[in-house]
Design a protein. Structure first.
Length: 575
C-alpha cells in the first residue's frame, strides 16, 4: 500500500488545443486543489473505483473440481497442484485496496464542498449525492473483495477480517493497521452499503413517479434536473438496486458455515434478495433466457444482467482460448466428469439415484443445460463435429498436449456459439460483456438463505426456496412434475444439497465455485475426473489431475510482502 503515490495522477486528454499557448503543469502532476476545482478531473478519481472489479472470465474453476486448465503455466492450475502459498496466490485481492484509496480521495474532494458539479444549486446537490453514493458503495465492494479472499482464522482460532480504510492515507502515513474481527469487517462494509443506499437512485432513468424519496423530497425538486443527474446514460454505474444485491451477497458469505454460520445474516441475505426479486414480479420475473445470458447479443443485453460492464468490441478472444482444436481453438478449459455428473436426468433425478441413467449412453435424457454448457463427445460446435474419443483426431484426449482435452470435454459456457474461427486465423467474432451480478445469482442467494432460516417450503415475503428452485429447473427444461424436487420439498438437508448443486450448474465458470467450496467448508482435494470413449465403451478416468491443497487452505493467505512490511497484520493460520 505504501507504494501508492502521494498525489494521485490524472491523465488528461485535451481536444482542440493545437496552436494554443499554455503553461504546462509541472511534470503533469495535479494536486488536490487543482483536482477539486475541475469536476471532470475530480470524477476521474471516482472512475478509478470502477477498475479492479472481478473478471467473469478468470476461470478460477481450474483450481476446483469443476475443470482442468490445459495450459501448464496457468496460475490456477499451479495452485491446484500444490503451489499456493503466501508468496504465490493468483486469487489474492489485496491490490483492491488501491481502488479503496482512489475513492477515499474522491470522498475528500466531495466532502470539501469546493467542487461545483453544476451552477444550479439543486442539480449540484443531486450530483454530490449520487457521486458520493457511488464512492461509498465502491469502497464497500472493494473491501468485500479483500475480505472474501483473505478472511480467516489465526493460529489461535480467532476469525479475523481485514483492515478497513475510510480515509485517504498519504505515502508517508500509517498503513500499519491491524485486521478487524471478521464480523466487524462485515459490519463496516454493510455500513458503507447502507450509507450509499441513502444517496443512490434505486435505478437510473426512472420515470417521475418512481423517483426515490431522498431525491423527490429535496427542496424545489425538479424532475428535469433530476433526469440530468440520474439519466439512464449512467445505467452501468452502481445503483441502489445493485447495492442491495451486494448486501445480500455479503450477508450470505458471512452467514456461511466456514464463517459466522449465522441465522441473522441468512435473514439479511434472504430479505434483501426477496425485496429485489419482488420488484421484478417474483419468481415469474426469472429471465427465460437467463441461463444462456452469454449466447447472443440480445441475451447479453437482456434483463438477466443486474450489473454488467460495457459491451466489448466484436472479437473472438475467449473463443480462441476455449474452442476445441479442430475448430481452431486452444481447448484451454476442460470441464471435469465431476461437473458433468452434477447434471441430473431430464426428470430432475440425480444420476446416482436414477434407474434410467446409462453410463454407456451418458448424455441422453439429461438436463438440457449439460449440452448448453459442455461440449460432449459427438457434439456439433464451432462449425464442426467434436469427437473426443478414439478416432477423434486432434480433439481426442491428449492428442495435442496443452491443447486437446484432458478430461474428454471442452467448455461451451460463456462462449458465443455463432463465432467462427477460420483456418487462416481470421474470425467472425461477436460482442462480449463482463457480467458482475446476474439475477439468477440473486435468486440462488435467496434460495440458500431462505432454506437455512425458514426451511425449503416456507415463504419469506411471499417466496420460498422451493419456489425459486422449481422455477430455475423449469426454465432449464426439467419438466414433467420434477418428482425429485417434490420428494424433498420439506427436507431442509436435501434441499440444501440441491440448492448448492443448482448454484454449481447455473453459475458455472463465472468465478463462484472456488469461493463457494471454501465458504461451505467442503473438501478442496477432490481429484478431477475424466470420461473417455475408447472406440467401444466409455471409460472413466478417475484421476486426470490430483488436487493438492493444504488442510488450512479453506482460508487463503495474506500476501507475505504485506506481513513483512506491517507488524500489526496477523497472517492466517498455516501460511
Amino acid at each position: 500500500m505504501k507504494n501508492l503515490i502521494k498525489n494521485i495522477l490524472i491523465v488528461l486528454v485535451f481536444a482542440g488545443v493545437i496552436g494554443c499557448e499554455f503553461e504546462p503543469v509541472e511534470e503533469n502532476r495535479l494536486g488536490f486543489d487543482d483536482i477539486s476545482t475541475f469536476p471532470e478531473r475530480a470524477e476521474g478519481l471516482l472512475l478509478n473505483g470502477y477498475t479492479g472489479l472481478v473478471n467473469q472470465y478468470s476461470f478460477s474453476e481450474a483450481a476446483t473440481d469443476d475443470a482442468v486448465n490445459n495450459n501448464l503455466n496457468n496460475n490456477y492450475k499451479r495452485i491446484a497442484l500444490g503451489e499456493l502459498n503466501a508468496q504465490f496466490n493468483p486469487a489474492a485481492r489485496w491490490n483492491n485496496y488501491e481502488q479503496v484509496f482512489w475513492v477515499n480521495q474522491f470522498l475528500n474532494v466531495v466532502d470539501a464542498g469546493e467542487t461545483q458539479w453544476s451552477r444550479d444549486e439543486l442539480t449540484n446537490t443531486m450530483f454530490e449525492m449520487r457521486l458520493k453514493g457511488e464512492a461509498l458503495a465502491l469502497r464497500g465492494l472493494h473491501h468485500f473483495y479483500v475480505l472474501q479472499a483473505h478472511a480467516g482464522k489465526n493460529s489461535s482460532g480467532e476469525l479475523l477480517g481485514i483492515p478497513y480504510f475510510t480515509e485517504f492515507i498519504e505515502s508517508d502515513g500509517n498503513f500499519n493497521v491491524p485486521r478487524l474481527s471478521f464480523e466487524a469487517s462485515v459490519q463496516a462494509i454493510m455500513a458503507d452499503f447502507d450509507a450509499a443506499l441513502d444517496l443512490l437512485p434505486t435505478d437510473y432513468g426512472l420515470s417521475e413517479v418512481n423517483v426515490d424519496p431522498w431525491y423527490s423530497n429535496l427542496d424545489d425538486f425538479d424532475y428535469a434536473k433530476y433526469g440530468l443527474v440520474n439519466d439512464n446514460f449512467f445505467e452501468l454505474r452502481i445503483s441502489g438496486r445493485i447495492v442491495k444485491a451486494l448486501k445480500a451477497r455479503l450477508a450470505l458469505f458471512a452467514a456461511s458455515p466456514s464463517f459466522l454460520d449465522s441465522q441473522s445474516y441468512y435473514e439479511i441475505a434472504a430479505n434483501n434478495a426477496a425485496q429485489i426479486i419482488n420488484t421484478i414480479g417474483g419468481v415469474s420475473g426469472l429471465d427465460p433466457v437467463g441461463n444462456e445470458f452469454y449466447a447472443s447479443d440480445a441475451n447479453i443485453k437482456s434483463r438477466e444482467s443486474l450489473w454488467r460492464g460495457s459491451l466489448g468490441s466484436i472479437n473472438a478472444t475467449i473463443e480462441r482460448r476455449m474452442f476445441p482444436p479442430s475448430v481452431n481453438g486452444n481447448g484451454e478449459i476442460n470441464p471435469t466428469q465431476n461437473f458433468v455428473d452434477a447434471f441430473p436426468m431430464l426428470d430432475g433425478t440425480p444420476i446416482s439415484e436414477s434407474t434410467s441413467y446409462n453410463p454407456q449412453d451418458p448424455y441422453e435424457g439429461r438436463d438440457p443445460r449439460l449440452k448448453k454448457y459442455v461440449v460432449v463427445n459427438g457434439a456439433e460446435f464451432g462449425g464442426g463435429i467434436i469427437n473426443t474419443g478414439v478416432g477423434g483426431g486432434n480433439d481426442r484426449l491428449d492428442s495435442i498436449p496443452g491443447q486437446s482435452t484432458t478430461t474428454g470435454y471442452y467448455l461451451k459456457k460463456l462462449l458465443q456459439p455463432e463465432v467462427r474461427i477460420n483456418n487462416d486465423g481470421t474470425a467472425q467474432g461477436k460482442i462480449h460483456a463482463n457480467v458482475y451480478f446476474r439475477y439468477t445469482e440473486l435468486f440462488l442467494i435467496f434460495a440458500e438463505a431462505a432454506n437455512e432460516t425458514v426451511g425449503p417450503d416456507q415463504p419469506i415475503e411471499g417466496i420460498s426456496a422451493y419456489d425459486v428452485i422449481k422455477a430455475i429447473r423449469n426454465r432449464a427444461g426439467i419438466t414433467g412434475g420434477d418428482a425429485y424436487l417434490e420428494s424433498i420439498k420439506s427436507d431442509q438437508v436435501a434441499m440444501r444439497e440441491l440448492i448448492r448443486n443448482e448454484r454449481r450448474i447455473e453459475l458455472s465458470f463465472e468465478g463462484h465455485r472456488f469461493w463457494d467450496l471454501r465458504r461451505w467448508g467442503l473438501p478442496l482435494n477432490e481429484s478431477a475426473r475424466g470420461y473417455f470413449f475408447d472406440g467401444n465403451d466409455y471409460i472413466e478416468l478417475p484421476s486426470v489431475e490430483i488436487r493438492n491443497y493444504q488442510s488450512f487452505a479453506t482460508y487463503m493467505p495474506l500476501p507475505n510482502a504485506e506481513i513483512l512490511k506491517f507488524s500489526a497484520l496477523e497472517q492466517n493460520n498455516g501460511w
